[in-house]
Design a protein around this ligand. Sequence first.
Ligand SMILES: [Zn+2]
Length: 438
Amino acid sequence: MRPVWQRLLALAALTIVNLPALAAEVEGVRLWRAPDHTRLVFDLSGPAEHKLFTLSGPDRVVIDVEDTHLAATLDNLPLDGTPIERVRHGRHHKKDLRVVLDLKQAIKPRSFALRRHGDLPDRLVLDLYDKAESEEKTLQQVSRERDIVIAVDAGHGGEDPGASGPGGVREKDVVLAIARRVQKDIDHRRGFTAKLVRSGDYYIPLRGRVKKGREMRADLFVSIHADAFRRKDARGAGVYAVSSRGATSETARFLAQRENESDLIGGAGSLSLDDKDDTLAGVLLDLSMTATMNASLDVAASVLSQLRTVTHLHKNRVEQANFSVLRSPDVPSILVETGFITNPYEARRLRDPSFQRKLAQKLSEGIVAHFNKRPPAGTWLAANRSAAERRHIIARGDTLSGIAARYNVSVAALKQLNGMTSSAIRVGQTLTIPSPSG
Ligand SMILES: [Zn+2]
């Protein structure tokens, strides 16, 4: 037992350390513009309480951050194309930081704190939602036979860069470039419409992505990634579906865990709280999802067989794990890992436009081949398959094996019917397509 005076001294020291709460600092500020909202992110040196309110005439948003001072500049934010006219700051109650946003138009603000995660600091996130001029409704086509809709989701974005590889290559950029190519490739095909879930450098929470796919009434949701692995020599593409049980391999479990952390990095806020009509809330993956799951596994296999022709595969079969972004009760969903960005060889290929093009083309062909085999009832493809499928005009980039896969016929049958002695084809040439083998 220490003498009383020593214990008293220790107590005094504790009290002194605890008395002045450490003031927080704003160490950085970033702005991300999304199609429907603007996100401001404040990096903090530690957690801080904040209050947010709006004023009108003129419209302003005011944020008071308790016991915090600004150590970053607010002058260089890219305000073009946002509802923000100007950003000012000052002190409030002597100790608090007050940030005022002068607005060009009224918005709906929402704010939340993001706790420290990995290398990322505490953050204060402010989302300014545009007030929709008129609710944009997806106009159904005039014809009764609808297009097959593919939702193409580029993983990560904004605050969440995803994995990074040698030379500073970032997953969020590479996958957006590939997703854009896939979207274009599929959208150009008769009977198909493809839409991007994320169209720029901003973050969408995982549940928000699932929701967007359902709002598009997508026939398929494809999430595109290029992840990191602990070992730099890990390589190869992979195609994943959700699992109702465990993961099919350690890699699959590891990747799903990483992907599911996205919301902690990118910032999901209180999405679940204000989505009262979100039927996903209580949805568990159970037997009622068997049909969706089977369709997902089927598309995944079709995509995997196409990717095999342009890149090494990590595993020769479709893998499953509990990816949050694939948990849709009624939209078949797959996740494509285009390669490991931590592998120097694959990182170089993933940022190469000509490889991106080839990869996107094969990914699209895998998707289209699946729907050619099983067009959903009520679609243009279901009604016109037999007529449309009988002839194919060779386009730039077509290969005989690609065409064979797309129409689900063999190369041999294709050559035989068209009296070809070699696999050489030319742009503009018309091929007659044999009846599907299956
Ligand atoms: Zn990813």
